[in-house]
Design a protein around this ligand. Structure first.
Ligand SMILES: Cc1ncc(COP(=O)(O)O)c(C=O)c1O
Length: 427
């Protein structure tokens, strides 16, 4: 039985243990489960109370009817509210981002939509970076307007003053309630300055309207970028990607302060968007190798990006590791990213025909959308992940017919380069 306040050993002789060490132990004691070294799957919908008094107390705490008494343990009630696999997973996920609290969802979109619904109401405005993941773009552009919520986009590389003028020209600046950012942007790796977004939010907040900053950290997190350190309020993930890491689970994550996460978890309970125990268990397993996988993927991606950068059939490579001091984005990269990650896009010489010939010639890379898994993937953003964008939106986001997006897996990087080499020759 999980004890809410048990976290286990977090330091040895004054040395604070690192997240990759704690992924095997944090928040779980084998004595709770017959000595099982791994947390079992609590595949149950409901939990039996020892007494009616216990059941009453658990509900009082869960519904916020009274504060917890000192040393009182909130108990398990029903798996839509809480479940040991999810609670242990949520505790472990807080470690990477240095967050107070975490909520896990059944998909990245479930996390994103629950957060947007919790913090926005009719008449409110959400200011967002462009481009965004297509599902988020659709939710902001097609779903939220049905509830009277407006969205205003700004290009990922826009400066503070450009964003302020976009906001002022909209005529709705006084209704700003959320800044929603995806950085690096998909598929070009364009960066948004998180510190700048936090400043805009602080400057625009009033006593009656707090502007909340939410960041989709799927591309670089939880290893290579920690947005909470730059004053943002909420971090979101499609855990389907690096956190899950094996292309076999769909899940989402939101992290932030106790205060904000209480609100997110409350709406999650009533929308029923939480993840189930099996998803929770799979992600616990994935977290044990997160650092190994992401480090290997990032190191290989550097080699692949260097190879592409020098190939005569490649016009331009979009990879954070290739930014130089001359690039206006370099200072943002140095400030907020710890490594360039493993997502690479590149423009081929030619157009859609050449790009398709290249994709159809790959033998090791799989032709599929998604990213962050152990296997390397390749796709064509203009006709696949970003097909719904208008020609103007594509051109603003630098998405061309000759662009290919790669997600680098854990294969031998020389094997990956051999595959790219032969496919580029056939293109
Ligand atoms: C950056 C980003 N955010 C969010 C999502 C949505 O996540 P999910 O597919 O887990 O719902 C995706 C999916 O591809 C994504 O790439």
């Amino acid at each position: 039985m999980k004890k809410k306040n048990y976290l286990g050993k977090t330091s040895i002789g004054g040395r604070k243990l690192q997240p990759e060490t704690l992924m095997m132990s944090y928040g779980y004691h084998p004595q709770w489960s017959e000595g099982a070294i791994k947390c079992p799957i609590f595949q149950t919908s409901t939990f039996v109370f020892k007494s009616a008094e216990d059941g009453k107390a658990f509900f009082e705490i869960a519904l916020g009817l009274r504060p917890e008494k000192p040393r009182e343990e909130p108990g398990l009630i029903y798996s839509r509210l809480n479940n040991p696999d999810l609670e242990i997973l949520e505790d472990r996920l807080t470690l990477w981002d240095g967050a107070e609290d975490c909520a896990v969802f059944e998909s990245g979109m479930a996390a994103i939509s629950t957060v947007l619904f919790e913090f926005l109401k009719p008449g409110d405005v959400v200011l967002h970076s462009e481009p965004l993941y297509g599902g988020t773009e659709y939710f902001l552009g097609q779903v939220l307007p049905r509830f009277g919520i407006h969205s205003i986009g700004f290009p990922a590389c826009a400066s503070h003053s450009q964003i302020e003028s976009i906001l002022s020209e909209s005529g709705r600046a006084d209704k700003l309630t959320m800044i929603y950012v995806e950085t690096p942007g998909n598929p070009t790796n364009a960066l948004v300055d998180l510190e700048m977004c936090s400043k805009i939010a602080r400057d625009r907040s009033t006593s009656s309207r707090r502007v909340v900053v939410a960041v989709d950290n799927t591309f670089l997190g939880p290893l290579w970028q920690h947005p909470l350190k730059f004053g943002v309020d909420l971090v979101l993930y499609s855990a389907t990607k690096f956190i899950g890491g094996h292309s076999d689970v769909i899940a989402g994550v939101c992290l932030g302060s106790h205060e904000l996460m209480q609100r997110v978890k409350n709406l999650r309970t009533f929308m029923g968007t939480m993840a189930g125990p099996w998803t929770g268990w799979l992600l616990l397993r994935s977290l044990e190798t997160l650092k190994l996988r992401m480090t290997c993927q990032m190191k290989s991606a550097r080699q692949v990006a260097d190879f592409l950068g020098e190939h005569p059939r490649v016009e331009k490579v979009y990879y954070l590791g290739l930014l130089t001091e001359k690039d206006p984005q370099f200072s943002v990269y140095r400030k907020q990213c710890l490594a360039p990650g493993s997502m690479i896009s590149f423009d081929m010489i030619g157009g859609e025909a050449e790009a398709f010939r290249f994709l159809n010639s790959l033998q090791l890379f799989k032709l599929a959308v998604s990213l962050g898994g152990t296997e390397s993937l390749a796709e064509h953003p203009a006709s696949m992940t970003h097909a719904e964008l208008t020609p103007e939106e594509k051109s603003r986001a630098c998405i061309t017919d000759k662009m290919i997006r790669l997600s680098i897996g854990v294969e031998n990087h020389e094997d990956l380069i051999a595959d790219l080499q032969q496919a580029l020759e056939k293109a």
